[in-house]
Design a protein around this ligand. Structure first.
Ligand SMILES: [Zn+2]
Length: 344
């Protein structure tokens, strides 16, 4: 795969249009054909915003993951749908989404839905940008499942989910997907208190069958549910262990951390490509193209252009659409300024 220097990309999610938010809370009112139609309309909107911004890589914005039933857990047998979050009111935080009981063997006979998402994206996207699929890794996917007698801790749940995610990756490649991100933000959030080498072993067993068969990356942020982090925002506990992850590219969150530990991208670039989060998805300050260009130049002090990609810090699902649109436009414009300077 030929990759342009200073490539512009995204982490999977994009904000839902307001009508989709409303509809997702009233899905019972709609027929299956109407839900498919609204999902397609939302994907078309997400594609439009990303293509108009001028990105090299786009996703479907995860516009189909509307509720429990349509997101990954809805595809997995053996999980009870917990209707109520442990905390409803008050300041936004990750404890405002439910955790689910495991009530049987964890299996996904229909897969996790990512192949259908990719096929829809392929059908709706224009020629030009690379189409990327994002799938959570098994450790991240295990985060909202409550261990039980059969699966006594988070690692046991992870091991049960690992072959399910691995099969989904194989099927994405078989469907023609050339770029996949395996999101493992839980690994970056908890590397400080767990064994990072154990995480790498889990990750590499998950991706083993697709290594070398697509452009494979991982996204390592510190959490962004409702715009809040959950881990100590330092990369030091992960490296050098995470350099052994069998990926082509590692994405790190830099903008919201004011580019602290930026030197880690030089360390990554000796082994892998590196995608740098240069747009702060948690802030409503809209980075200007000039800001972006300055940040790109800072990254170039550590990493050659042909190994560098740029993205927001995380998915944009927790950032208002008007701001997300402007941030992507300015990201692409700022990167283009530096490409023009460099003649690449
Ligand atoms: Zn993230």
């Amino acid at each position: 795969m030929h990759l342009p220097p200073l490539r512009t990309t995204v982490i999977g999610s994009y904000p839902f249009p307001s009508w989709l938010e409303f509809a997702s809370q009233h899905l019972d009112a709609f027929g299956a054909a109407e839900i498919e139609e609204m999902v397609e309309d939302a994907v078309i909107a997400a594609i439009h915003d990303q293509v108009t911004a001028g990105l090299d890589v786009i996703t479907d914005g995860e516009q189909t993951r509307l509720d429990f039933n349509l997101s990954f857990y809805g595809y997995i047998d053996g999980i009870a749908h917990e209707q109520k979050s442990p905390r409803i009111f008050g300041p936004p935080a990750h404890d405002q989404r439910g955790r689910h009981q495991i009530v049987g063997e964890l299996r996904a006979p229909r897969g996790l839905g990512a192949v259908a998402e990719f096929n829809r994206l392929k059908k709706l996207a224009p020629a030009g940008p690379t189409l990327k699929a994002s799938v959570p890794g098994p450790y991240t996917l295990s985060g909202r499942l409550i261990p039980n007698a059969q699966y006594p801790d988070r690692y046991a749940v992870t091991e049960a989910l690992l072959p399910i995610v691995r099969k989904e990756l194989e099927e994405l490649v078989a469907a023609g997907c050339q770029e996949i991100t395996v999101d493992e933000p839980s690994m970056s959030c908890y590397a400080y208190r767990e064994d990072p080498a154990r995480f790498v072993d889990i990750f590499n067993r998950t991706v083993a069958p697709v290594v070398g068969k697509c452009h494979l990356s991982t996204h390592l942020c510190f959490g962004n549910f409702k715009g809040r982090a959950v881990g100590p925002r330092h990369y030091a506990p992960m490296f050098p262990a995470f350099l052994d992850m069998a990926v082509d590219e590692i994405h790190v969150e830099m903008a919201s951390r004011e580019f602290s530990e930026l030197e880690v991208i030089g360390e990554i670039a000796q082994r892998r490509r590196v995608a740098v989060g240069i747009i702060d998805v948690k802030s409503y300050y809209i980075e200007t193209p000039q800001d972006v260009a300055d940040r790109v130049r800072r990254c170039l002090q550590y990493t050659p252009a042909d190994k560098l990609a740029f993205a927001p810090d995380c998915g944009l699902s927790q950032t208002a659409r008007w701001a997300s649109r402007l941030k992507l436009q300015n990201m692409a414009a700022g990167v283009q300024m530096v490409r023009d300077e460099m003649g690449v």
